[in-house]
Structures are given as structure tokens and as C-alpha cells.
Write a protein that binds this ligand. Sequence first.
Ligand code: NAI
Length: 399
Amino acid sequence: MQIEPLIQGVVARSSHPYGCRASIKEQIDFVKQAPQIKKGPKRVLIIGASSGFGLAARIALTFGGAEADTIGVSFERGPSDKGVGSAGWYNNIFFKEEAIHHGRTAINIVGDAFSDTVRNQVIEAIETYFEGEVDLVIYSLATGVRPMPNSEEFWRSVIKPIGESVTGASIMLENDQWVESSLEPATEEEAAATIKVMGGDDWESWIDALINSESVAEGCKTIAFSYMGPEVTHPIYLDGTLGRAKVDLHQTSHSLNLKMANFGGSAHATVCKALVTKASVFIPALSPYLLALYRVMKEKGTHERCIEQMQRLFTTKLYDQEKVPVDGERLIRIDDLELDPQVQQEVSAILEQMNADNFKELGDYEGFKDEFMKLNGFNFEGVDYSQDISLKTLKALKP
Ligand code: NAI
């Protein structure tokens, strides 16, 4: 079969395995020529390792100077008679292939990070491959659901404003259409469920499990990712349900920091730049901002993708420094270039003019869509998209 891109709304329903391999290689090439991580961690656990920031962190730590071995947890779909499988599935496979070739250990654990089964698998893998201890734990999950413990029910996160409704546009990647919609405010129950799914609770329970199993090495650090954004995005993000969950995550970072101090280590929430990922294109009313931001930052030469963000995080913030630089709320800020006042002034000027008729001209829609296609293994030069790929070949690839 030939694998074609299939997009439904803002969700990719297909992925190209060899394009995913090209994407991994491109990211590896980038970190190899970037400033190197000098005093990085050697044994790293990444929860949410198969795409976006988690995958970029994994690549940076393995190939960008630290020479780390990694255990990556993710929830991905393999090939079946229903479809070719998700991009993250192939990212896991081809990352591991490259890491092994580079002489590093890379273990993929595919399953629900909220479950005890996966926690136990991870602890076992730490025993087997890391001599029982980890030096860094990266928590990079993005999900809409979390099973309630010992129950058949789920908490479901919602992306909604709090207090007042918000009107904004989403861009349907399926047909390049700008769709205006109004989002009603979340109920208290919805906001509380979003905190359960995307707040700090599960990060803390992972760290507790690792402490209890004596898997935390002396000096071990842990980070989780957050977003704050400029004022134009606050109604849908920071002041909405996701923002509440992120505030909860920030608070968790402080309590975890006390626990990690017992091991001479630390915990930090790290505020990243807005980027096109599987998770972020889902956020209503954020896409116009992303289009304007991409245009301005590319023009200024300051645009970064997940991989640039992660390499810069490890070389200039988390490692190689006497002290981790933080803001007044003890957050690591790697969103500094996004929040540059000049950038934001130009972004606001574009947003004021942007509408359904001109968003492709005013914003960087081409770059936005290209990045989305690349996340799923499409649009890579050098990949022969007309090649015939059999399901049998794909099924033989194991994470
Ligand atoms: P992503 O969708 O690219 O990656 C999410 C990862 O979580 C994938 O590896 C996926 O397999 C894994 N995952 C999801 N549910 C799982 C489950 N139940 N069990 C195991 N693994 C599971 O998302 P992205 O954008 O990289 O987000 C990661 C973190 O970064 C999130 O906390 C997000 O809020 C934050 N962030 C994202 C920004 C953006 O613009 N994309 C900006 C700033 C922060």
C-alpha cells in the first residue's frame, strides 16, 4: 500500500513510518551540531516520550552531548488491519534504532502511564538497565483522559475558559478552513477534572512510586512542562481550565522539590514556547496566535521547534550551570524568546487584522501546516511517498 496523509479536523489518522524516521534523523542532526550538553544526566526516564517535547528531550539527551540512556513511556497505536498506526509508534521504533546504533540503551514501554502495570514495568526496567536508579525524570504527558484509580470511570479534561465565554477561531487542518466558535465557560466539575488529568497529581505519584522503590539517584532532577503565553492567549489558556491545571503543576513542582532535596536533587516546572504538536493544535482559539507567532519569530530568526527548545533547556538552564535559573515563581522559563515584547507587539498587530479570508497571507499557515504534516511523517524531502509498504513489514517492526 501507499501511505497517504489522512486528517480529520485537527487529528491525523495516518502516519508515514519512513517520514517519522526522517524526522528523528533530522532532530538528531540538529542536536549533534548544536552547543553540547556537558554535565548531563546518564539515566533518564521520560513519561510521554514518543512525540513533541518528550521525544525532543529524549533525542537531545541521547545525541546532544549527554550520551544518556533512556526509558520512554508512551501510549501509541501500532499497525493493524484498521490502520498503519500512530506517528509516535514509529518515532519510538526509529529513535531506538538510532540510539542503539549510537551505542546507547533505549527502552520503550508502551502503555497507559496512569496504570500500576506501566509503573511496575518502568521500575523493573530501571532495575535491569539502569542499575536501579534514574538521574532525571521528565514528565511530558498530554492527554484528555485519566482513569480513576480502582474504578471503571475516567476524569476527562476540557479545554474551556473559566467564568466567561470566549470566542475565537480554530483552523481545520483537514480542509484549511478557519472556523469561528464560542466556548462556554467550564463548570467547576470540569475544571476539577482537568486538574486531575493535566495538573501535578500524577507527576507527584510517579515520583512517589520511584522514591518508594528506591529508584531515585543522588542528585536526581525532575521536570514537567508548562505553558503560560502572552495576554492574548490568557482567556483560553492561562485563565482557563488548562491554565488551572498548569498552576497546580507549578505548585506540585514546589512540593516535589522538597522531596527531591532529600536526594540532593530538584523539581522544576519548565515553561515552554507555543508550538505545533499533536496536543496543541487541539486547543481552540490558539491556532491564529500560533500562525502570527510563527510568522514573526521566523522573520526575526528566533523561531524554535521542540528540539531547539529542549537542547537550549539542557545546555543553558537545567545542566551546565552552577544554579538552575528561575523566575520569581521558581519556574524555568524557556519561553523567553516567545514573550519578547517586540515579538508580542508584532504578533498582536497581526492578530488584530487576521480573519477567515487573510489568515494564510498574514500568518505562517504554510509553516504551521508543514510542521503538522511533518509530525506525522509527511512532507519530508528524500522520502519516497509513492513506495509500496506492506502491513507485514510494518508489523515486524517492534518498539
Ligand atoms: P504530544 O501530544 O506531542 O506528546 C504527548 C506524549 O504523551 C506522547 O508521547 C503520548 O504518547 C504520551 N501520552 C499521552 N497519554 C498517555 C498515557 N495515558 N500513557 C502514556 N503516555 C501517554 O504533546 P506535547 O505538546 O509535547 O505536550 C507535552 C507537555 O508539554 C504537556 O504538558 C503540554 O501541556 C506541555 N506544553 C506544550 C506546549 C505546546 O505548544 N505544544 C507548550 C508548552 C508546554
